[in-house]
Design a protein around this ligand. Structure first.
Ligand SMILES: Nc1ncnc2c1ncn2[C@@H]1O[C@H](COP(=O)(O)OP(=O)(O)OP(=O)(O)O)[C@@H](O)[C@H]1O
Ligand SMILES: [Mg+2]
Length: 354
């Protein structure tokens, strides 16, 4: 069975079959059943591996739309269902690190050391308790200065891309992540630019609220500019509707407007507004581990499943030597001749800067 849509339908059908025809007909029993399914995800049909390593930039310069929540919970869902996943926290607020229970106090090896310093990503990757398949590059508050510190660094827009490429190449194929999810800050500055240059695709979470589409044009324009000048492969591939409140007409209107505008890019799965989702980070957890039977948890599992199935048909990037992986833009071809890896001088370490 090769059609990804058909595979997704049969995977969903298997899930539904497991919950129908049982004596679990009260809401609490259903919730317990759903929780069991998430908790024992490893015993169920794993999500299919993508056609190539997917480096996904999760961006929306609007604040509080669910970027971090989506990076964390999609990451945990992908890992629980068998896919190696790396979440890179690229926001000085460090919310993704908090939600994954990863230390991110000042001095912790973090994405700052890879972006501004000379650490490799492998030196700043931390394991998570959510799943052995999920790791995280945390962000510390140091990252707040990176926007300014990066200004004088050669090939500053390529720093994250180079780090990710070097990291992927340093790992044996069987240990390379299937997914790299980059959680962006709510701005269109140098950090988000680095994430757009590093990614092969963009996932935009859109909150089902009144001003949802405002400012989106600016983000899409920026993505176009990055495609023209810095990263020809980047494309918006996924839109995820978040914080949907079924009790309001407005949420339906926004969802409809987004679907009319973006068509198939929008995942069928919608994330409802659910209090368990917002409580989970306070316990250093994803909602999948905090309350696996909640609607928030199961909707993120559904979204991750759909997202994973859509990735199966992605063709490998041709210029990468190993199966899957990201391809470097051809040196000089983008009008930035000094961005070729061989010519990028190693930036001074933080100590040298001081
Ligand atoms: N589905 C949901 N139901 C209820 N609360 C949610 C949901 N998704 C996110 N939240 C809450 O909304 C707030 C904003 O979410 P989140 O931090 O993921 O957004 P963000 O886009 O990363 O924000 P920022 O732009 O500040 O980085 C958080 O307090 C989060 O817990
Ligand atoms: Mg965030």
């Amino acid at each position: 069975m090769t059609d990804p849509g058909q595979r997704l339908r049969s995977s969903l059908a298997a899930d539904q079959a497991a919950s129908s025809g049982t004596e679990f007909d009260s809401p609490i029993a259903m919730e317990a059943l759903r929780a069991t399914r998430v908790l024992h995800a490893a015993d169920q049909e794993p999500f299919p591996a993508p056609g190539r390593i997917r480096v996904v930039t999760i961006a929306n310069q609007k604040g509080g739309v669910g970027k971090t929540t989506s990076a964390v919970n999609l990451g945990v869902a992908l890992a629980l269902y068998g896919l190696r996943t790396l979440v890179i926290d690229l926001d000085p607020q460090g919310n993704a690190s908090t939600a994954l229970g990863v230390e991110h106090s000042v001095g912790t090896p973090s994405v700052y050391d890879a972006l501004v310093g000379d650490s490799s990503l492998s030196e700043v990757v931390h394991p998570t308790t959510a799943s052995p398949l999920l790791s995280c590059v945390p962000a510390t508050i140091d990252l707040a200065g990176a926007e300014i510190e990066l200004v004088s660094v050669v090939a500053r827009e390529y720093r994250l891309r180079r780090s990710i490429e070097a990291y992927l190449h340093s790992l044996p194929v069987e240990r390379r992540p299937h997914y790299v999810l980059i959680d962006c800050p709510p701005s269109l500055g140098l950090l988000t630019l680095n994430a757009l240059v590093a990614g092969d695709e963009v996932l935009i979470p859109i909150q089902c609220e009144y001003y949802a589409l405002e400012g989106l044009g600016q983000l899409l324009n920026n993505i176009d500019l990055v495609r023209q000048h810095l990263n020809p492969g980047i494309a918006v591939r996924t839109i995820l509707l978040t914080m949907y409140d079924g009790r309001t007409k407005l949420a339906d209107q926004v969802a409809e407007e987004v679907r009319n505008h973006f068509g198939d890019l929008v995942l069928d799965a919608v994330i409802p507004r659910n209090v368990r989702v917002s409580e989970a980070p306070g316990y250093g957890q994803s909602v999948l581990t905090y309350d696996p039977g909640s609607r928030g948890s199961t909707s993120y599992v559904d979204a991750a499943r759909e997202f994973a199935h859509r990735g199966v048909a992605l063709p490998p990037l041709t210029s990468h030597p190993a199966p899957g992986g990201i391809a470097a833009p051809p040196a000089g071809a983008l009008g930035f001749p000094d961005t070729d890896a061989a010519t990028v001088p190693v930036p001074p370490s933080p100590e040298e800067r001081a």
